[in-house]
Design a protein around this ligand. Structure first.
Ligand code: ACO
Length: 327
């Protein structure tokens, strides 16, 4: 059964943190950050902007774009590694904020691949329940888990949320989910971790949080895996669907580093004009990066009817994914 993305939305906090601001409190420079990552600034969530609050704002915009209302939503699936808390899920809070009367809500934990893992979960749900109207959300307050003294990580990330409405009923301008591939390999899990506060490294009452409470990453190794995995899964999904890279009108990759994105484009033999980039404004927003980018690309008219779009992501787990959409 064909399953469609019928609306998209993105929401980012107002507060902008530039590289110049960061260089005032950690040993880095605007020049280093721009040349090594492509990031010029990122958004920082305020005290009232939790994962679910950002996610709900993006979801509202996606619903408005779809022409559907909150009381028609049957499922909320939210990808994040920075949830509001352990219980309830951030998806449950999104359901409450939007006034969705009832229906399933759950979080998906796949770090930067969270949105595509949630999207494929939604596709499976719609296959089982063709009447379902599913909010798929990627929302992160990565800055809640950043060590602002670690220049190797704190310059890279930002906060934000994106969302899509997934149903079996197409609308004008909607995109059919043609195929999705999810993959991963846990042999290199330790390259990107946030251990502290989990059941294997519990916080102890009265003790200060240690470094392991924050994102810890071996950047150079992650870089290599990211390029290799995204290029490989992009190729797999093309081959599986009898397509050539030149058949793709727009690639929307996870926005982690401009050099990763450029290497991916080179490996796919695609000009950068066919690759959507907004990393300069938001940095790496993890699970939110692809839905924010997709909503922006649609808003800018870069995905006219007839477009074939590829989404591809990579992140902690290690997990990676690709999706093929036909608008
Ligand atoms: N400012 C200045 N110097 C820095 C900074 C900084 N912010 N960060 C690191 N350096 C220094 C290092 O200390 C090192 O110095 P040394 O040679 O004296 O030891 C030097 O710069 C080179 O460090 P590298 O780590 O080799 O730099 P690299 O070119 O690899 O860039 C970066 C680092 C930007 C982290 C890059 O490796 C990268 O983007 N990796 C991928 C990260 C990523 O995508 N992570 C997210 C995955 S998604 C998820 O699931 C959350």
């Amino acid at each position: 059964m064909p399953i469609h993305i019928v609306g998209t939305g993105a929401f980012v906090p107002e507060r902008v943190m530039t590289n110049l601001e960061i260089q005032q409190f950690v040993d880095t420079t605007d020049e280093w950050i721009v040349s090594r990552t492509g990031i010029q600034e990122r958004r920082i969530a305020g005290p009232d902007e939790s994962c679910s609050v950002l996610g709900a704002r993006a979801a509202e915009l996606a619903l408005a774009d779809s022409g559907l209302s909150a009381d028609q939503v049957t499922h909320v699936i939210l990808g994040t590694f920075t949830p509001d808390g352990y219980i309830p899920s951030s998806a449950a809070y999104v359901r409450r904020i939007l006034g969705i009367p009832h229906g399933m809500a759950m979080d998906v934990s796949a770090a930067c691949s969270g949105f595509l893992f949630a999207l494929e979960t939604a596709r499976a749900m719609v296959t089982l329940h063709p009447e379902a109207v599913i909010l798929v959300v990627g929302s992160e307050v990565v800055t809640s888990r950043l060590n602002w003294q670690d220049r190797g990580t704190c310059v890279l990330f930002g906060d934000g949320a994106g969302a899509a409405v997934v149903t079996s009923q197409p609308r004008p301008g909607s995109g059919m989910i043609v195929d999705v591939i999810l993959d991963g390999d846990s042999s290199q899990s330790e390259l990107l971790v946030v251990h502290g506060g989990g059941s294997a490294a519990p916080l102890k009452f009265g003790e200060p949080t240690g470094e392991d409470f924050f994102v810890q990453m071996q950047g150079r190794e992650i870089f290599k895996h990211a390029v290799r995995s995204m290029a490989s899964i992009a190729n797999q999904i093309l081959v599986r669907n009898g397509l050539h890279p030149s058949d793709i009108d727009l690639v929307i990759p996870h926005q982690a580093n401009i050099r990763i994105i450029e290497s991916l484009a080179k490996k796919m033999d695609l000009p950068m004009e066919k690759v959507f980039v907004n990393i300069e404004k938001y940095g790496n927003t993890s699970a939110a990066s692809i839905p924010i980018a997709m909503a922006e690309a649609r808003h800018k008219g870069l995905i006219p009817p007839g477009s074939k779009v590829m989404l591809t992501s990579f992140g902690g787990g290690l997990n990676w994914a690709a999706a093929l959409l036909q608008f």
